[in-house]
Structure formats: structure tokens, C-alpha cells
Design a protein around this ligand. Structure first.
Ligand code: FDA
Length: 299
């Protein structure tokens, strides 16, 4: 981590919201549902699918988890009514995991019910390592009720190959990402190349089996390597998708992938908690500060 990133991440929490907004707004599709739906419509019109996330995590009151659960349920209705190509990604700590695990399970199953009613898909994001087992367990609870549900594995976690092996099968729909939290060397690869190799190997394992892979990265080396492998192996385009975060610059690669006939999905976060979210992200991984500053000057 450079001194620059360290300094920026240390001062960002003290920057007033008004000044911080430009830092975050590139990555966040507004505060209200209407603003988010507007962004999704534009992305759909340009040929991109979307996964929508209400910003927030680590909820510590039952009232708040109720509010979040109802908001997610309503979101499925709004997506259907507007006929958008959009599913939902959520964080289980937002629904109460870590605060009241039983409540989080009940809330998750209620959101899943709306996904089922609207015949839409639900992705459970992966959070930091104290939650990995609990998240995988709740994913399996969902799978008992509805199979249009997926989870996420982080390629920096040494355990991910084992977790994938346990879940290989036709119903498997897994997003592979590098992992955004700081994890210790006992459980996580620290070397960039090892994390990349693990990422590539996890995606190949899924596609050599019967599962569906969501390839979530902006790392052009990984994207190029996997695209070439997919084409050489003649993997059907309905077996995978590329995913990227809203607002992250990709030097036109997003559009190239779309134009080459691959499905590309943009992860779009929105909501009132944009400020807390940005600051927390920055504290957890100060390297992100560098990206944000870079983006500010690109604008
Ligand atoms: P890397 O960090 O090496 O970035 C590659 C290049 O992309 C960099 O050189 C940089 O230029 C650019 N870049 C990357 N991130 C940027 C940013 N925020 N702003 C500007 N430029 C950026 N993590 C997790 O733990 N659980 C999860 O559920 C998810 N879900 C998820 C969904 C989707 C669709 C994506 C794309 C990512 C996630 N992640 C995640 C985050 C993921 O684990 C990882 O931290 C980031 O994607 C950054 O890693 P890259 O693979 O992009 O590589």
C-alpha cells in the first residue's frame, strides 16, 4: 500500500458528504429506486444486463433489517414491472447476519420468495471470512426452495477450490471474484499472481463441469486469458457471463466483450448508504483510494 493511498483513506472519513459525493457518484447509481431504474434502463438499452444492490451491510437493528427486506422484495416487483434485464445481489449482513442469524435467514427466504414469484435470480454476495461458512449454509437453504439462486467465491481464499468442489453440479451458478476484504496470509493468497491463477482455475473448474460462471473482474489479463480459453474450448455462451462494477473504467473492454457476443452484466449499487459504504470500503482496502482519485481526474 502506498503512502498516498494510506493518506487518502485516512482523511476520507473526515471529508463532508457534499465533497465526498463526486468520489462516490461514479460508482453509485443514485439514492432512490427511480434513479437506479433509470441507470439500469440505459445499461439495458446499450446491451448490458444488470445486477442491482442496495448499499448497506452490518445492520444492527431488527427494524432496519425489516426495511431492507421489504425494499428488496419491492425491487423485484419494480424490475418486473419495468421489464428490465436485471437481477439482484445482496449482502447477508445487510439482512441481519452477524446481528441475528436466524432473522437473517428468515429475511433471506422472504426475499427469495419474491425472486421466485417474479421468476428472477438472486445472488448472495460473499463477505469477509468470518461469514463464509454461514453464507454458504444459507445459500444451501435457499437452494432447497428455489434453484435460481447463486453465491460468490473469492479467489484469494485458499479454501475456495474446496468450496467449489463441494458445490459442483448442474444447479451451480457462482460468481468468481478476487475478494475485496483484507484477509490474513494463513487463509488467503497475498500474491497478485497467485490470486489471478486461482481465479482462472476456479472459472475453468466450473466450465469444465456443468455449472454457470459469472466472471467478475476488471483485470484485463484474466479477462483475455479466459475469453481465449472459452473460445478454444467452444464453451456455449449461455454457460457464463462477464461482470464488472458500475463506473469502473475498462478501456472499452466491456463494449468489446458485448460486441463479441458474450453476456456482460454490470453490478449497480444504489441507496442512501453510499457514504458509509464508500468510507468502509476505503478503510477495508485503502488501495481503492488510488482508484477513486484516478477516476476523479479522469472525469
Ligand atoms: P484488480 O483489483 O487487479 O483490478 C484490475 C484493474 O481494474 C486495476 O488495474 C484497476 O485499474 C481497475 N479497477 C479495479 N477496481 C476498480 C475500482 N473500484 N475503481 C476503478 N478501477 C478499478 N468482492 C467480494 O469480496 N465479494 C463479492 O461478492 C464481490 N462481488 C463483486 C461483483 C463484481 C461484479 C465485481 C466486478 C467485483 C466484486 N467484488 C466482490 C470485488 C472484487 O473482489 C475485487 O475486489 C474487485 O473487483 C477488484 O479486483 P479486480 O478483479 O477487478 O482486479
Amino acid at each position: 500500500m502506498t503512502l498516498f493511498n494510506k493518506t487518502i483513506s485516512a482523511i476520507l472519513p473526515f471529508i463532508p458528504r457534499t465533497f465526498a459525493k463526486p468520489f462516490a457518484s461514479r460508482y453509485v447509481a443514485g439514492v432512490t429506486v427511480d434513479e437506479a431504474l433509470n441507470v439500469i434502463q440505459k445499461l439495458n438499452d446499450s446491451g448490458f444486463d444488470v445486477t442491482l444492490d442496495i448499499l448497506g451491510e452490518h445492520t444492527t437493528s431488527s427494524n432496519k433489517t425489516e426495511e431492507v427486506t421489504l425494499a428488496y422484495k419491492e425491487l423485484y416487483n419494480r424490475i418486473s414491472a419495468a421489464e428490465l434485464d436485471c437481477n439482484i445481489s445482496l449482502k447477508l449482513t445487510h439482512l441481519g447476519l452477524g446481528f441475528d442469524d436466524k432473522l437473517a435467514e428468515i429475511n433471506l427466504l422472504r426475499v427469495l420468495e419474491s425472486a421466485l414469484q417474479q421468476n428472477n435470480f438472486l445472488r448472495i454476495d460473499m463477505e469477509n471470512s468470518p461469514y463464509t461458512d454461514r453464507i454458504l449454509k444459507l445459500y444451501h437453504r435457499c437452494l432447497e426452495k428455489y434453484d435460481r439462486v447463486g453465491f460468490v467465491l473469492q479467489s484469494y481464499l485458499i479454501r475456495s477450490t474446496g468450496d467449489l468442489e463441494k458445490n459442483l453440479g448442474e444447479k451451480l451458478n457462482v460468481r468468481i471474484c478476487k475478494g475485496i476484504y483484507l484477509e490474513p496470509a494463513e487463509i488467503a493468497f497475498q500474491d497478485r499472481e497467485e490470486i489471478r491463477e486461482s481465479f482462472i482455475s476456479l472459472v475453468k473448474m466450473i466450465l469444465e463441469g456443468k455449472g454457470y460462471a459469472a466472471i467478475a473482474t476488471h483485470d484485463l489479463y484474466i479477462i483475455d486469458t479466459l475469453e481465449t480459453w472459452i473460445l478454444n474450448k467452444n464453451i456455449q455462451s449461455n454457460r457464463y457471463e462477464f461482470q464488472m462494477l458500475y463506473g469502473v473504467p475498462t478501456k472499452g473492454r466491456l463494449e468489446e466483450l458485448r460486441d463479441s457476443g458474450h453476456k456482460v452484466r454490470v453490478y449497480v449499487p444504489f441507496g442512501e448508504e453510499w457514504y458509509a459504504y464508500s468510507v468502509r470500503r476505503m478503510k477495508e482496502n485503502p488501495n481503492l483510494a488510488g482508484y477513486i482519485i484516478k477516476n476523479l481526474f479522469h472525469r
